[in-house]
Design a protein around this ligand. Sequence first.
Ligand code: URA
Length: 448
Amino acid sequence: MIALAGSWPAGMPSMVEPYSAVDVIRAKRDKHELSNGQIDWVIDAYVRGVVADEQMAALAMAILLNGMTDAEIVRWTAAMIDSGERMDFSMLARPTVDKHSTGGVGDKITLPLVPVVAACGAAVPQLSGRGLGHTGGTLDKMESIPGWRASLSNAEMLAVLTETGGVICAAGDGLAPADKKLYALRDVTGTVEAIPLIASSIMSKKIAEGAGGLVLDVKTGGGAFMSDPAMARRLAETMVRLGNDAGVRTRALITAMDVPLGFAVGNALEVAESVEVLAGGGPADVIELTITLAREMLDLAGITGKDPADTLRDGSAMDVWNAMVAAQGGDPHAPLPVAKEHFVIRADQTGVLTRLDALPVGIAAWRLGAGRARKEDPVSPGAGILLHAKPGDEIAAGAPIMTLFTDESARFALAQEALVDAVAIGPVGSVVDRLPLVIERINEESRG
Ligand code: URA
């Protein structure tokens, strides 16, 4: 049989392909360093469909098992960036600075943070994603605001950014398309948990976004993607190095995700809590993390003499929020969706709440309808959990610990199953062992 141009079997090197996928896989399998040419080719050929999914899966597994050198990670990231477009904000009068969180339970920090930093004079382009699994996605939260639209063209995004100083919207398909394809493959081949692949995946998108500065919030603890603090540190160091090497001033904070952030977990519930923070109230941990990250972002943007906490007191962050929401079709004053059903879980004894684990709370909120199992599933905007106490709080027998919200009461049993061991109450006077909110700061000088 004669193979015609365009119908060459996937994975078979054509006359014009300079490398063979099998040779690249063998090289990594045998612990050799891949050359720049091999890396550039394998990413490009994967996007073109010349390298087949099963070949990329084998390579990803070899990378997971054998790692990558710094030089390989830098080149792999650059190749993923080059697979798509790069945004350019150089025409803006304000310095641009961005933030990325590796995700956690109740992590709504982006919502108050973007307007706070914008109110201090920076431009914050926040290209976000939807949630999958037990951690919520920023776009799902924002979409619970009636009328709000996540998808913007590049021109619309720039217009919102210019007008309000901040924008939260969906990352377009043009940004690092190689990562989109590779991430979906890693998800189904047990190859997500490789630091070189995670770091290059996150940083290819962030570098392509084109902001001048970037603060990474790398979560650790039971509810985080990187539950082991040593792994979180390695990931943070790798990403900080990648960002700075690519000319983006990058810093990371390693922060606690042993307990949910704030009291609200679920889309509309988290928007309501964020608005409370913007109005000058809200939970202490959400305020502290918002202000801490804002200070880092302003420092990277070169903005001095502004205290981000002032923007919560004087209403200027709320003004930016209202303008941002309205610019994307949302009504910032419209009532948020409320779930049809609720169920209260109460304390069975008097004492001190000694444990409230983030992971089971995230799973329970997800089962109530706040999250999705497949990326095309819808989410229920009102579903989730409101916590009434946090570890260290005294609690009386019969007092509410949390309220579960859902549109379908059949989901309560599944959520409660996830929560069986999530909470512990110790005798009055019990001392609670918790991670500090900000565990460590990694900057350029912390390079390991
Ligand atoms: N988030 C990403 O964008 N990529 C990963 O690989 C993991 C988390």
